[in-house]
Design a protein around this ligand. Structure first.
Ligand code: NAD
Length: 322
């Protein structure tokens, strides 16, 4: 049986990937230092509790990979807050790029040659409308810069040696595959709205004067379980020697949903009807950002199955459970 290491397996997205891999029949192990993840999410599989940026991480990781006969790595562990990255850019490069370099070092030591990397639509930076993978990558935050740098390091490693890799650029991840796997960060729109509603506060909208049908920004929301399944398909893609040694895919639905539409869904699902507070636009927020997912549809044979309503309803159930 093929063995996969999920680095960041106790996190929001990583724990969903663990579920998909186990149900696809993989032997799954995890590395997580629980800096934002939860131990309960990986208690059913072997987990190495290690900060991948720590001094002896390469040696410890490599011996964990060897012990569990790891064939492929899915690397998610990273810092992911755009505003925090603006305040502490050095930490973002140390954690995100430094962490990846240690994972690659350990893979080389343990002779593991397959990698799926968690990237983000933030690598595109200033974009508007439908975004294809060949859109210019000019990030507008240290977070986006750090993720683009990771993609570049991976490409160099793949060109230089025997590494085979796929970058998945996630759009707006939402929902929960089960109530115990909630998105506990409040950097994404839906958990942010729930947190305000739970405190009795009105949700906030940043700008309602954009050139869109209802004046609010339009984004591409993707259910976390659909996203997790894309990782299993990315492993199949890497396994096929006819595919390139390094490739990149957008993971989104190709459909835009406005912030006002999300708020309408949250009203439906929660039964809490509060008028949002309209704040000024945030700098750097383009009106419309929607993935062109055609490449993932055709080359990974991936199709998202969950609606925005599923995302809001499952996210609310998970939020309420927690
Ligand atoms: N959530 C999103 O909307 C989104 C969108 C685009 C890309 N991403 C990317 O997906 C990945 C996972 O995001 P998430 O939302 O699941 O975040 P998360 O914070 O829930 O998960 C990250 C996991 O990695 C672990 N971790 C972090 N630093 C570590 C370190 N130095 N050593 C060991 N473990 C460490 C954390 O404890 C956590 O369990 C990140 O790389 C992020 O950049 C997320």
């Amino acid at each position: 049986m093929k063995s996969v290491l999920v680095v960041g397996g106790a996190g929001y997205i990583g724990s969903h990937i663990v579920v998909e891999l186990v149900s696809a029949g993989y032997n799954v192990v995890s590395v997580d230092d629980f800096s934002s993840g939860l131990p309960g999410r990986v208690e059913h599989i072997p987990n190495l509790s290690l900060d991948i940026v720590s001094e002896n991480a390469v040696a410890v990781l490599a011996s964990f990979m060897k012990k569990h006969h790891v064939d492929a790595v899915i690397h998610l562990a990273a810092k992911k807050s755009v505003p925090e990255s603006v305040l502490f850019p050095g930490m973002y490069f140390r954690q995100n790029v430094g962490g990846l370099i240690n994972v690659l070092g350990a893979m080389q030591k343990a002779d593991v040659r397959q990698l799926v990397f968690s990237s983000t639509a933030a690598v595109y930076g200033d974009c508007n409308g439908l975004v294809t993978e060949d859109h210019p990558t000019i990030p507008v935050s240290p977070y986006g810069d750090s993720k683009l740098m990771c993609e570049q390091v991976i490409e160099i490693a793949a060109n230089a040696g025997s590494l085979r890799s796929v970058n998945l650029r996630y759009f707006n991840v939402a929902g929960a595959g089960n109530p115990l796997l909630a998105d506990r960060g409040v950097t994404n729109l839906i958990p942010m709205v729930f947190e305000r509603l739970a405190k009795g506060d009105a949700p906030r909208i940043f700008g309602n004067d954009y050139d869109t049908a209802d004046g609010t920004c339009i984004r591409d929301f993707i259910h976390v379980s659909d996203l997790a399944r894309a990782h299993v398909l990315a492993l199949d893609f890497i396994n096929n020697p006819e595919n390139p040694s390094s490739d990149t895919f957008n993971i989104g639905t190709g459909k835009g949903t406005s912030v006002a539409e999300i708020l309408r869904e949250t009203r439906e699902v929660t039964g809490i009807d509060v008028e949002p507070i309209v704040e000024p636009r945030r700098p750097g927020d383009p009106p419309v950002v929607v993935a062109s997912p055609e490449k993932a549809f055709s080359q990974l044979a991936w199709t998202p199955t969950h609606s925005v309503q599923d995302m809001v309803a499952s996210a609310w159930q998970a939020f309420s459970t927690n």
